[in-house]
Design a protein around this ligand. Structure first.
Ligand code: BV8
Length: 249
């Protein structure tokens, strides 16, 4: 299905969720042994939880940072990065929007990426607001910033009940407004505003494609649904006829 070669302008937006990292060994949220299985979402991924028990929340995120750093990008991540190269070389536009915080897309070589829910590898001071790269996996909890206010440090992650980072939603919607095709990979499509983006794409008459291990709750919203694992399907599907095999050249 060369819906990419057929894309007249070669303007592509890809959105991913936890499913694309599953084959790298990173637990998804809602699958069996999912991340949320042992926690109620509100218990860990919310500002209230952090205020109530910063050590528990930090531990949850430190474990996930450690796990993410020990995992490698899989052929699904690599295919998305190759697609970006191919689109860029063909003079098109490409944007990857990921709900994932594991950093695997960037490690796979993706360049134009919006980590719409933040990153496990970034930390923020709640006092001075400074955001900085942080790959420490051992630290005295809860860590404090060296700013004058000695502010508490928190994961630079968008928690439930928190808005996305300023400007991100506008950048994402602007890219969808310009695109030919919106491809959604490995997400159950239940968390907003990410889950609403396919509706936005449909309202603009964009072609919408879903690649997922199982049919997500909002599968009916897509023009094309490809059932399968990202690591197996994307190298075959993302590349146009003349570039089969994902060499992207
Ligand atoms: C917001 C970072 C405005 C954290 C995440 C009540 C109060 C407050 C808000 C709300 C409310 N009710 C609703 C809301 C809105 C809320 C929301 O949507 N809640 C849901 C539960 C209904 N959203 C928010 O709060 C957002 N902010 O609305 O701001 C606002 C402000 C103030 C007050 C009100 C509103 C912020 C949401 C961001 C939350 N942060 N991540 C962290 O990671 O720790 S969400 C997190 O969960 C992920 O980032 C992702 O978005 C979501 C998980 O979903 P998926 O990625 O889809 O993963 P999942 O496991 O569910 O599915 C995996 C899929 O992959 C499956 O379909 C599976 O079949 C498939 N799969 C598995 N293996 C493979 C595969 N596919 C392909 N190949 C494979 N190998």
């Amino acid at each position: 299905m060369d819906w990419i070669v057929d894309a007249p302008e070669k303007k592509v937006v890809v959105m991913t969720g936890a499913g694309i990292s599953a084959e790298s060994g990173i637990q998804t949220f809602r699958g069996a042994n999912g991340l949320w299985e042992n926690h109620r979402i509100e218990e860990v991924a919310s500002p209230i939880a952090f205020r109530r028990d910063p050590v528990m929340v930090w531990n949850f995120y430190l474990q996930r940072r450690k796990q993410a750093l020990s995992c490698k990008p899989n052929p699904g991540h690599l295919a998305v990065a190759e697609l970006e190269k191919w689109i860029t070389a063909a003079g098109g536009d490409f944007l990857l929007v990921t709900q994932n915080v594991d950093g695997l897309h960037t490690r796979a070589g993706s360049k134009h990426v919006i980590e719409m829910h933040g990153s496990l590898m970034m930390t923020r001071c709640i006092a001075c607001g400074q955001v900085f790269p942080d790959e420490r996996t051992e630290m005295a909890l809860p860590p404090r910033h060296n700013c004058t206010e000695k502010g508490l440090l928190r994961p630079h992650i968008v928690w439930f009940g928190e808005s996305l980072f300023p400007g991100d939603m506008e950048r994402i919607e602007s890219a969808i407004e310009k695109c030919d095709i919106f491809i959604v990979i490995g997400t159950s499509g239940v968390v907003y505003p990410a889950a609403g983006l396919v509706n936005f794409a449909n309202s603009l008459g964009k072609r919408t494609v879903c690649v997922n291990k199982e049919a997500p709750a909002n599968v009916e919203l897509f023009d094309i649904f490809i059932q399968g694992e990202a690591g197996k399907e994307l190298p075959k599907r993302l590349f146009p006829r003349e570039n089969k095999g994902g060499n992207g050249k």
